[in-house]
Design a protein around this ligand. Structure first.
Ligand code: ATP
Length: 287
């Protein structure tokens, strides 16, 4: 039997712009993604019983083909005609439907795990080519770090590592469907486009304050209108010393960048007792 345990890290979008729409309805994005120190733990093991068996500590998640972990395993096992079985265990820590790419990062970990336990010898690039069939964010999750994603999110360019800071993550007690947000995006009048190129230059120049002045997430217009609590959380973070606070992905998770450890801990305490969030955590920029 062969077994591997992998950390599957969450991401935040530090800038997100929508630049158009493909004929098939997919929106074209320009987004800068960043890995943070919040992760799920994924174990992949070979098994003599054929098929894919998945277990998880999160009983709200599907464990059949609707789970991105199972989809990822099936994709490689079908292609390579693997008749042996596989067992996947997911220890879920990343909030679900939160804008943190939880499912995508699990899928990326399973691709890496299946590649390892069945010795398929696929390179990272070969895994990334297959990953896009599971979801637009999965190739990025294989790469990790600081990256610019374009197209539907799968055209990736690695950027220099983003400046270190304290990252406060806060999630209101709601789940947001990415599909809902993109479907309603086209109805937005004059959305504000963040300056992604200026952000890339700020990261190259390692200037956190200039980066903060250029950051923006065009999808906030949709999600905040439906859930004003997102704006309240952003305001709390800014009032308690954040350099910048923004929604990640299609939401509803809000993150704040802080330079000072005392301030980030204070902001965390304020949010914990605010009644606005059901999850708040201090983490960091990783990779
Ligand atoms: P993104 O930031 O890529 O839009 P997200 O963080 O908003 O993703 P996920 O946590 O990936 O969203 O969950 C979205 C949906 O996917 C949920 O409704 C969930 O049931 C389903 N799902 C399937 N597999 C998983 C998984 N392994 N972990 C979390 N959700 C999963």
């Amino acid at each position: 039997m062969s077994e591997i345990t992998l950390m599957a890290s969450a991401k935040i979008n530090i800038g997100l712009d929508v630049t158009g729409r493909r004929d098939d309805g997919y929106h074209l994005v320009r987004t800068i993604m960043q890995t943070i120190g919040l992760n799920d733990v994924v174990t992949v093991a070979t098994s003599h019983e054929p098929g894919i068996v998945m277990t998880t500590n999160d009983e709200t998640l599907p464990v059949g083909e609707d789970n991105l972990c199972v989809k990822a395993a099936k994709l490689l096992m079908d292609e390579f005609h693997i008749t042996e079985g596989v067992k996947i265990h997911l220890e879920k820590r990343i909030p679900v439907a939160a804008g943190l790419a939880g499912g995508s990062t699990d899928a990326a970990a399973v691709l890496t795990g299946v590649n390892h336990v069945f010795q398929l010898d696929l390179t990272e690039e070969e895994l990334m080519e297959r990953a896009v069939n599971i979801g637009a964010d999965v190739p990025y999750c294989l790469l990790g770090g600081t990256a610019l994603a374009e197209g539907i999110g799968q055209e990736l360019k690695r950027l220099p590592r983003m400046m270190d800071c304290f990252v406060l993550i806060a999630k209101p007690p709601i789940e947001v469907s990415t599909k809902y947000v993109y479907e309603h995006f086209d109805g937005l009048k004059n959305p504000t486009h963040p300056d992604i190129d200026a952000m890339v230059a700020d990261i190259e120049n390692r200037d956190l304050h200039s980066l903060a002045s250029h950051m923006g997430n065009i999808l906030e217009g949709v999600t905040v209108e439906k859930y004003p609590v997102i704006d309240q959380i952003k305001r709390e973070m800014m009032e308690h010393g954040a350099v910048i606070s923004m929604m990640s992905g299609s939401g509803p998770t809000v993150f704040g960048f802080f330079e000072d450890e005392t301030l980030v801990q204070e902001a965390k305490s304020v949010l914990e007792t605010s009644g606005l969030v059901n999850r708040v955590e201090v983490t960091s920029i990783v990779k």
